[in-house]
Design a protein. Structure first.
Length: 393
């Protein structure tokens, strides 16, 4: 029986391991933390994406539409809470209408169930919303991704699952395959799959690759509405994204427990796992600063966009003002700080962000080097794609 070692115990690593196990392969999963879904999977917005924003024909577009179906089906089959509540993308001014129409066209091209609606129709879904028109997207929903991971772990009860097991070295095995050194032993396998998220480029370099992209971490900070103001939002409310910017902008999301999360913003994290301003790693900062793509990105976005994101990070008043563009009834006193996540964004040397999922291969190796949102939605589909590559090799 062929043996595959998977590095990373987030939703992608676990979904890939499950798919490999279903195909009859022996699997070992190595996770450096003491729990599953400790980083990106456990700190995201728990949104099941529809595939609305992505270039037609891209991995993200194709896998989101299929992944939306498969992750919902998997959740329901395994008793994981999920609610396909739909969302509104709202144009708050006439100037945003052309971009909203472009988004509607992209939804149609990607096979996403969505329709343009009037302001009055939008208020039938969200009575407190302010807009001149909106795009209603029916297949967007909310899920408990950590609970999905728990279900995947149950499916992998016959596999070799190892928590608190960081990877310290990787080399080709003399007899073929790979050898992975941990603090406890050396794992010998026929193939390696790297789903290490925030450290995926480092694992790739450890395995002898020179990946074309570098992970640069961006922290997304959240607030939530006070319980007395949670009634202001019924579902999901998003702004029309600015095509010149790399992220979607702050939005409002009603969670499965009835709380309403607001955010995220996007600021450069000072550590790959830097969930707070005080989380600083000199090594991670040097790694980011030495990469030429970082400075080229900064020249493009540092002012005024980057500065505005930092100021919004530091000012509750500014954060609330961004939300009030969508729901005017939200004020500074209506929000309280919540958690944060860190996005493992792959950056190219020319300073451009990798827009699609990025997967590189080498003999007996598959490396997932860019899988930010909507990767959790697409996890089962990405797992199938990786398993195809592993079994083809």
């Amino acid at each position: 029986m062929r043996h595959v070692v998977v590095v990373g115990g987030g939703i992608l690593g676990l979904a890939t391991a499950r798919e490999l196990a279903v195909r009859g392969l022996a699997v070992t999963v190595l996770e450096k933390e003491d729990r599953w879904a400790a980083h990106q999977t456990g700190h995201n917005s728990n949104v099941v994406h529809a595939g609305l924003y992505y270039a037609p024909g891209s991995f993200k577009a194709r896998m989101s539409v299929a992944g939306n179906r498969s992750i919902v089906e998997y959740a329901r089959a395994n008793g994981v809470p999920v609610d396909l509540c739909g969302k509104l993308v709202v144009a708050t001014s006439e100037a945003e209408l052309p971009a909203l129409r472009v988004l509607a066209g992209r939804a149609e091209a990607n096979g996403v169930p969505a329709k343009l609606i009037s302001a009055a129709e939008a208020r039938s879904y969200e009575p407190e919303v302010s807009c001149v028109a909106a795009l209603r997207v029916e297949s967007t929903g909310i899920i408990d991704f950590p609970a999905v991971c728990a279900a995947l772990v149950r499916d992998l009860r016959e596999a070799d699952l190892r928590l608190s097991t960081p990877v310290l070295g990787i080399r080709p095995a003399r007899s073929g395959g790979v050898e992975v050194a941990t603090g406890q032993d050396v794992v010998r396998a026929d193939a390696l799959v790297n789903c290490a998220g925030l450290h995926s480029d480092r694992i790739a370099r450890m395995a002898g690759l020179t990946p074309k992209a570098r992970i640069v971490p961006f922290r997304g900070e959240y607030y939530e509405l006070r319980p007395s103001r949670a009634h202001l939002v019924r579902g999901l409310i998003y702004p029309v994204p600015d095509a010149s910017l790399p992220f979607l902008g702050v939005h409002l999301t009603r969670m499965l427990d009835g709380t309403v999360h607001a955010g995220p913003n996007a600021v450069l994290a000072l550590r790959r796992e830097g969930y707070r301003w005080r989380d600083v790693s000199v090594g991670d900062l040097l790694d980011t600063a030495r990469f030429p793509g970082t400075w080229r990105l900064a020249r493009k976005y540092a002012y005024p966009i980057g500065l505005d994101e930092v100021l919004r990070s530091l000012s509750q008043r500014r954060f609330a003002a961004s939300l009030a563009k969508l729901v005017p009834a939200v004020g500074q006193d209506d929000i309280v700080r919540s958690g944060a996540g860190v996005r493992a964004q792959a950056l190219l040397p020319d300073g451009s962000m990798v827009q699609d999922f990025l997967i590189e291969t080498a003999p007996n190796q598959v490396h997932v080097l860019n899988a930010p949102s909507p990767a959790a939605t697409c996890a089962l589909e990405i797992g199938r794609h990786i398993a195809d590559r592993v079994t083809a090799g």
